[in-house]
Design a protein around this ligand. Structure first.
Ligand SMILES: Nc1ncnc2c1ncn2[C@@H]1O[C@H](COP(=O)(O)OP(=O)(O)OP(=O)(O)O)[C@@H](O)[C@H]1O
Length: 292
């Protein structure tokens, strides 16, 4: 009898607002579907932050073909870190609050359909980015978006309503920053390095970003009067932000951003601080296989 191909599902028990029972049902559905399709399925839960990277790295070592991540963008990022530059493909089962990479790639937001896609889909090559030593697959950024990521991380409850509340509060507290971008000093409200076109929740910062073109879109929002905030928000969700006079963007393969003090950043929505105040951003073309 032919050996069954191994498929591992990594689930973050804390992702999103899905209950423990719903997550158990998803695990069972994954085991059933994978078994019916002729795979040798395994499922494992993360026990701490960073655990998904370790579990996925071990799967790569064992030659597991497909690794599914059942979680939000943070867990997708941790899993994908270990699968970069390997022959193991990533399946995304989105149950987070933003699901930026899944939405950009057109992966179903219904987790059962996403499991089916990951099991039946073919590996497609996409790019990834790096900001200093931190890999990202969707977006990384500075300014307001990093400020919100740091504020959101302090909230005890996840989910979209909490994110909106954090963003609204941050808008009144945040002051645009002076950054040196590739040698040019600028005052910016926000700045994104976009591999995918959106942050999540269909908030399109880089409407024309192509995830497999070997480039990142560098998108800047310059400071704007308070009364323009409504229109900019509407454009963000309407996929027309690039038509605003406050938005500017171009493609890059590498870039350097510097500040006078520690830099607040985010990588796929995870808040990070760069104590040196210097960030080197680069693209890693064709570095990840995603099941689509
Ligand atoms: N068992 C665990 N205990 C504590 N933290 C964990 C555990 N497993 C994973 N994590 C951390 O939880 C973080 C958030 O998870 P994830 O992104 O999947 O969900 P989310 O935040 O609800 O979704 P989104 O990123 O879409 O908002 C991950 O970055 C990961 O480091």
């Amino acid at each position: 009898m032919a050996t069954r191909s191994a498929v591992l599902a990594i689930i973050n028990p804390l992702s999103g607002t899905t209950s423990a029972e719903q997550k158990k049902l998803l695990q069972d559905a994954f085991m059933r579907q994978a078994d019916a399709l002729g795979f040798a399925p395994e499922v494992t839960q993360t026990s701490y932050a960073g655990h998904a990277t370790e579990l996925a790295a071990e799967a790569v070592k064992r030659g597991v073909n497909r690794v599914l991540t059942i979680g939000g963008d943070g867990t997708v990022n941790e899993t994908a870190q270990a699968l970069r530059k390997s022959a193991t493909s990533l399946g995304i089962v989105p149950i987070g609050s933003g699901n930026g990479l899944a939405r950009h790639l057109g992966i179903p937001l219904n987790p059962l359909k996403a499991i089916e896609r990951a099991l039946k889909g073919r590996p497609v090559v996409i790019d990834s980015g790096e900001i200093n030593e931190y890999p990202f697959f969707c977006t990384a950024g500075f300014g307001f978006e990093a400020y919100v990521a740091h504020a959101f991380a302090k909230e005890p409850v996840r989910g979209l309503p909490t994110y909106i509340r954090s963003a609204f509060r941050s808008f009144w507290a945040y002051k645009p920053e002076r950054l040196v971008v590739d040698g040019q000093e600028k005052e910016l409200f926000s700045m994104t390095f976009a591999n995918a076109g959106q942050f999540g929740n269909n908030a399109w910062m880089a409407p024309t970003a192509n995830i497999a073109d070997g480039k990142l879109e560098l998108c800047e929002i310059r400071p704007f009067p308070t009364q323009a905030a409504g229109m900019l928000t509407w454009r963000l969700f309407n996929k027309t932000l690039n038509q605003s006079s406050y938005w500017r963007g171009h493609s890059i393969t590498k870039s350097v951003v510097e500040a006078n003090g520690p830099l607040l950043i985010h990588a796929d929505g995870e808040p990070l601080t760069l104590p040196t105040g210097r960030a080197e951003i680069r693209i890693l073309p064709g570095s990840l296989l995603v099941l689509l």
